[in-house]
Write a protein that binds this ligand. Structure first.
Ligand code: ATP
Ligand code: LTN
Length: 326
């Protein structure tokens, strides 16, 4: 089963990224899975170039520390493979302005910032190129990316109908719990790397004292009953969801064991600390050897290029371009 997914090097990874995406990547890694650091997508943000460079290596180290093994799966950098940008252009000539205008992530991010970059608008087309280039069958992502995936399928279907069967239609893959982790301080908003919320996010590199502090201060409610009720108790529901994501249970089963918020928070902090401490420790070791991390990217890019070239040329030929091959 061909699996591909991507993550932006837009900051330190948080438990939302981990439970929604990366934990599934680790579980499903094989010789047929590719994981991509989407640095081109991060150019839609206004990052200082030196910060982007640092964060790219930090992201790679975090992925390996979280359990991705470069000897098993392919870990690569999007910008190293020019076919992503090339297929992006072909697909921009298949996607429509109207469908991109309906993307909620674009609408939300554009609202936050006037004078946004055009890339923020065309972002989902590049994501479709990432996915379609590798004949991807499954895309493990958090819930916020399902709309982009649906668009990817629509673009691929339209392309296949217009130019002949070229692309595999991918399907999303959500984790049973943790597909949508909310900010601990504002539990009606998704936890997000690019939104500053120091107490609202738990990162994979937080030290145990910070994790404990953030969980103990997480917003709850005054009703006092531990149960899943997203409408009336988003804070408590979110804590149960995070717990379930780490312990591989259902949030309802977790809720049944607790009477009081204090106990739930105490145990959740212990669970998160014991799950994340080894990742943070491994991260520090890996980050101390940037040369080894560069080699991971070199090897991964080499493996990915071969597949990408074949698919790109197939698509280009189908559209009438003089691409090499048949
Ligand atoms: P940004 O805030 O910059 O958009 P992000 O935190 O949403 O960043 P991405 O790099 O865009 O992170 O996403 C990487 C993966 O993490 C995607 O599969 C996405 O669906 C998932 N993800 C992101 N935030 C959450 C969340 N709060 N809960 C569950 N999954 C999430
Ligand atoms: N848009 C995604 C990141 C992303 C991605 C991909 C995910 C870019 N290309 C390909 C899966 C497959 C996000 O998480 N914001």
């Amino acid at each position: 089963m061909r699996i591909l997914s991507g993550i932006q090097p837009s900051g330190v990874m948080h438990v939302g990224n981990y439970l929604g995406a990366v934990k599934q990547w680790v579980t499903h890694q094989s010789a047929d899975s590719l994981y991509c650091i989407v640095d081109l997508h991060a150019l839609t943000l206004e990052l200082d170039p030196s910060v982007l460079r640092e964060q790219t290596i930090d992201t790679l180290a975090t992925l390996v520390a979280a359990g991705l093994d470069p000897d098993v799966c392919t870990l690569f950098l999007q910008s190293r493979i020019a076919f992503h940008a090339q297929l992006n252009w072909l697909l921009e000539c298949v996607a429509t302005f109207g469908e991109l205008s309906r993307m909620t992530q674009f609408k939300e991010k554009a609202e936050r910032k006037g004078g946004y970059r055009v890339g923020l608008f065309t972002y989902p087309v590049l994501m479709a190129a990432d996915i379609l280039l590798y004949d991807t069958e499954r895309v493990p992502v958090g819930d916020d990316q399902l709309q982009h995936l649906e668009l990817t399928r629509e673009i691929a279907e339209r392309f296949n109908n217009r130019y002949g069967d070229t692309f595999t239609l991918p399907e999303g893959m959500l984790p049973p719990s943790g597909a949508r982790v909310m900010d601990l301080q504002e539990p009606t908003h998704k936890m997000s790397k690019s939104v500053a919320s120091p107490l609202g996010q738990i990162t994979l590199l937080d030290d145990p004292r910070d994790i404990e502090r953030k969980i103990s201060r997480a917003v709850t409610d005054t009703d006092g009953e531990v149960r899943v009720d997203w409408e009336n108790k988003p804070g408590v529901s979110n804590l149960l969801e995070i717990y379930a994501g780490f312990s591989d249970e259902s949030p309802h089963d977790v809720a049944r064991r607790y009477e009081r918020y204090g106990e739930l928070k105490h145990d959740l902090a212990e669970l998160v600390i014991s799950s994340l401490s080894p990742i943070a420790q491994r991260y520090r070791e890996l980050r101390a050897d940037p040369g080894a991390l560069q080699s991971v990217l070199d090897a991964g890019s080499l493996k990915a290029t071969h597949v990408a070239a074949t698919t790109y040329q197939r698509a280009a030929r189908a559209m009438g371009l003089y691409a090499p091959g048949a």
